[in-house]
Design a protein around this ligand. Structure first.
Ligand SMILES: O=C(O)CCC(=O)C(=O)O
Ligand SMILES: [Fe+2]
Length: 307
């Protein structure tokens, strides 16, 4: 694919270089030692909307510098992480994604297993506009994070499949584990049990249409599956199988092989991501920060997705 913006220098002295994949750019020329100028913030936001995924090389950031960078784009998720919290000047929402054990306790979340396609916090009324990860310790092999562009995947839907998804809603169980199988007989329109959103949505900033897939089963993390309006569980699941087969293509996927100091930021509304497994004898540590709101990357603030 010809990518005309390769190596282009944008406003504010920030350069764009295409990533090794069908979408996304690396941005150069950003100084992480000082706050961004307004022109730089808007140049980055503009690149975010044109490319959906951005990579910065920013070696040496600690939790404080990472948080300071993230806060220039919006408000990070401050809810308690599933591990011993890290206090960054009173902010305790920093997520550690790690397989490392310290004093017999997990230092972070998500271990070393493969994680399937998902969008972060997919059952939220307004899912995070962006997920931001920073590579601190990286295994020699494995552990790549892949991002699927669900705008491009929507645009390329075969006509017959497009007709079958149009107008449907996807119903995500609010409980991620259902050992008693109580959802089997549930009314899928019951909003106490399901987050119900259009399967095809329109991006509030770019106006592009995209598939909103949230998450299906992800190994031990989630054992419930979404339902699709107008279809019984088997037919809904078969439709999702087809959609997942369609999106799982190199045509829509940027696969990021981490290096220490990589800061990767993507549009969590219109992209799904997955994580490849790695050897648990190796150490992997990422800082993670989903934005719960962002006037810079997603306006108007906190508004649920348009249908
Ligand atoms: O470990 C990874 O690369 C990604 C983990 C993940 O899905 C997340 O932090 O939201
Ligand atoms: Fe995630």
């Amino acid at each position: 694919m010809t990518r005309l913006y390769q190596g282009k220098t944008m406003a504010a002295g920030i350069s764009e270089t295409a990533l090794d994949g069908p979408f996304g750019v690396e941005l150069g020329g950003v100084d992480f030692c000082r706050p961004l100028e307004d022109t730089e913030t808007s140049a980055i936001a503009d690149a975010f909307h044109r490319h959906q995924a951005l990579l910065f090389r920013a070696p040496g950031l600690g939790p404080r510098e990472f948080l300071q960078f993230v806060r220039q784009f919006g408000e990070p998720d401050a809810s308690a992480p599933q591990h011993e919290p890290v206090d960054v000047d009173g902010f305790t929402g920093l997520r550690l994604v790690s397989n490392i054990q310290e004093a017999g306790k997990p230092k972070g979340q998500f271990g070393h297993d493969e994680m399937g396609w998902h969008q972060d916090r997919w059952t939220d009324a307004a899912p995070p506009p962006a997920t931001i990860l920073y590579g601190v310790e990286i295994p020699r092999v494995g552990g790549a994070t892949a991002i699927a562009n669900l705008c491009d995947a929507y645009d390329a839907l075969p006509e017959a499949l497009r007709r079958r998804v149009e107008g449907r809603t996807i119903h995500f169980p609010l409980m991620v584990r259902d050992p008693g199988n109580t959802l089997a007989g549930a009314d899928i329109h019951d909003e106490a049990l399901f987050r119900i959103v259009p399967l095809v949505q329109t991006h509030a900033v770019t106006g592009r249409r995209f598939l909103f897939l949230g998450a299906r089963r992800i190994l031990s993390y989630i054992d419930t599956s979404p339902r699709v309006s107008g279809l019984d569980p088997q037919a809904g699941s078969a439709l999702l199988d087809e959609i997942y087969a369609h999106i799982s293509s190199p045509a829509f996927e940027y696969r990021h092989r981490w290096r220490v100091g990589d800061l990767l930021l993507w549009d969590n509304r219109c992209c799904a991501h997955r994580r490849e497994a790695f050897d648990n004898a190796e150490r992997r540590l990422l800082y993670a920060m989903p934005l719960v709101s962002s006037e810079v990357l997603w306006a108007p603030k906190g508004q649920p997705l348009a249908a």
